[in-house]
Design a protein around this ligand. Structure first.
Ligand SMILES: *Cc1c(COP(=O)(O)O)cnc(C)c1O
Length: 477
């Protein structure tokens, strides 16, 4: 442990990352290795003797890099983006360097206080309702992932309903209640909702979305009535703003009204699309958020903050403290007036100093810079849409997605099988990378603008690759 070593080894590491960024476009976008490739390259036991840092760094290019898929290559259009920026990386170095564990205020006051401040900044920039600010009964917390946020919200909702039912029937056990509880989400919701219901042990009912993949209140209301008639207890619903397959937005206004009337906790998962709300022109998509108990999105997807940074907002933090407070002697009212102890708002005890990277990114780019970044990706998506629309062989499907940098397309009036072959041919070609989705029985290709390095010329390049590969495929048909 040596401060001088940190400086020299840190410089070598940063040099490596800088060279990586400079060369990323020339690297094959998807790793071209077979499972188990690394076992053949590394020793079977850990080294007995210490090795020099430079020899470790020198092995990266020959062992690790061949097995990396380059998410920041301008030829990467798969999944959704994951964010990266130099201020966020530097802040993560600081988090590692300070290495405190901020589970309670006293464990590192700056860690808690900075988090509350930057989460308030973020909420204000996005036009979220005031009840999510830490100055009232709510507040923001950085969770690791959107999946964790869903589980945390679900557990808090389960605790709320249990406490309410138990007040009326003191003999009630959680086991007995669990048998009756029902969670709702759209058939387009992310698989993390299935996982959350599985972990918490509740049955999950999927609501059929409309032909544009939107979930509406009417269908939710009908499902709830059916379930209540069976003696079940509806208590939690996940609404999605920007679904993973097609970036569809659930109709939060009608769904939210039903949730309010039926006393159901509405959690909003806006993992990807939520980032766009820092631009005022997209804030209307938040309509209905006033019915939500909790809201989450991932700055680590699209707001230049490296993984992990999932921004979760709570309307009433006492539900979380009730659910996760493992110290029964803890006095709730003394808590209310002081700073939050974030350990009561999350599953683990330990937590990193993640607010540093939000703080650095806000200051290094400004809200103005963050908005430009989002708008640029949206414009690149519009450019790709134009190119697809100009070609008669193709069609853009679920066009609502195109407004936020995701384009779903397929070969017009063709069977799924041909589109599957097109995707396979594109990924075999290896110049660009995209992933498919199956939506409403349609096999579609998803083109997500992902890299911070992507420019219009890369979009033109990607389109030329798609054009060539499709031409070859259609000729050989
Ligand atoms: C990406 C995504 C998730 C999962 O995010 P994690 O932070 O990896 O858990 C959840 N929901 C939606 C809508 C997503 O797009």
């Amino acid at each position: 442990m040596d401060a001088d070593a940190l400086i020299s080894c840190g410089a070598m590491t940063l040099q490596f990352v800088a060279e990586y960024w400079r060369s990323i476009e020339k690297r094959p976008v998807v790793a071209n290795v077979q499972p188990g490739y690394l076992r053949e390259l590394l020793p079977i036991e850990a080294p007995e003797k210490a090795e020099s840092f430079s020899s470790i760094i020198n092995d990266l290019e020959s062992t690790i890099m061949p097995g990396v898929t380059h998410w920041h290559s301008p030829n990467f259009y798969a999944y959704f983006p994951t964010a990266v920026s130099y201020p966020a990386i530097c802040a993560d170095i600081l988090s590692g360097g300070i290495a405190c564990i901020g589970f309670s205020w006293i464990a590192s006051p700056a860690c808690t206080e900075l988090e509350a401040i930057v989460m308030d900044w973020l909420a204000k920039a996005m036009g979220l309702p005031e009840f999510f600010l830490s100055t009232g009964n709510g507040g923001g917390i950085i969770q690791g992932t959107a999946s964790e946020a869903t589980i945390v919200a679900l557990l808090a909702a389960r605790s709320r309903i249990f406490n309410e039912k138990k007040a009326k029937d003191p003999t009630l056990t959680l086991g007995r209640l669990l048998d009756q509880l029902v969670v709702y989400c759209s058939d387009q919701a992310h698989s993390s909702v299935d996982k959350a219901a599985l972990i918490v042990g509740c049955r999950l009912r999927k609501i059929v979305s409309d032909s544009d993949c939107v979930m509406h209140g009417e269908q939710v209301e009908a499902a709830i009535a059916e379930d209540r008639a069976q003696g079940l207890i509806p208590f939690f619903l996940v609404g999605t703003l920007g679904t993973t397959p097609t970036c569809a937005f659930d109709d939060l206004v009608t769904v939210g009204r039903v949730c309010e009337k039926e006393h159901i906790w509405m959690h909003i998962d806006a993992a990807y699309a939520g980032n766009a709300f820092i631009c005022p022109e997209y804030q209307h998509l938040l309509n209905g958020i006033e019915y939500a108990e909790s809201f989450d999105f991932n700055p680590h997807k699209w707001m230049l903050v490296n993984f992990d940074c999932s921004a979760m907002y709570l309307k009433d933090r006492t539900h979380f403290i009730d659910a996760f407070n493992v110290d029964p002697l803890y006095l709730k009212h003394s808590f209310q007036s002081s700073a939050p102890d974030y350990r009561h708002w999350q599953i683990p005890l330990g937590r990193r100093f993640r607010s540093l990277k939000l703080w650095f990114v806000f200051r290094a780019f400004g809200l103005d810079g963050l908005r430009s970044y989002i708008r640029k990706h949206i414009q690149l998506g519009e450019h790709f849409t134009k190119l697809i629309n100009k070609d008669e062989r193709f069609e853009v499907v679920f066009p609502a997605a195109t407004q936020l940098g995701l384009i779903c397309f397929r070969l017009k009036n063709t069977p799924n099988e041909l589109n599957e072959r097109l995707l396979k041919a594109l990924n075999d070609d290896k110049r660009i990378y995209l992933v498919p989705s199956m939506v409403k029985q349609k096999f579609i290709l998803r083109f997500a603008i992902c890299s911070w390095l992507t420019e219009e010329k890369h979009i033109e390049f990607a389109w030329n690759v798609i054009d060539q590969v499709a031409t070859k495929l259609l000729l050989s048909k």
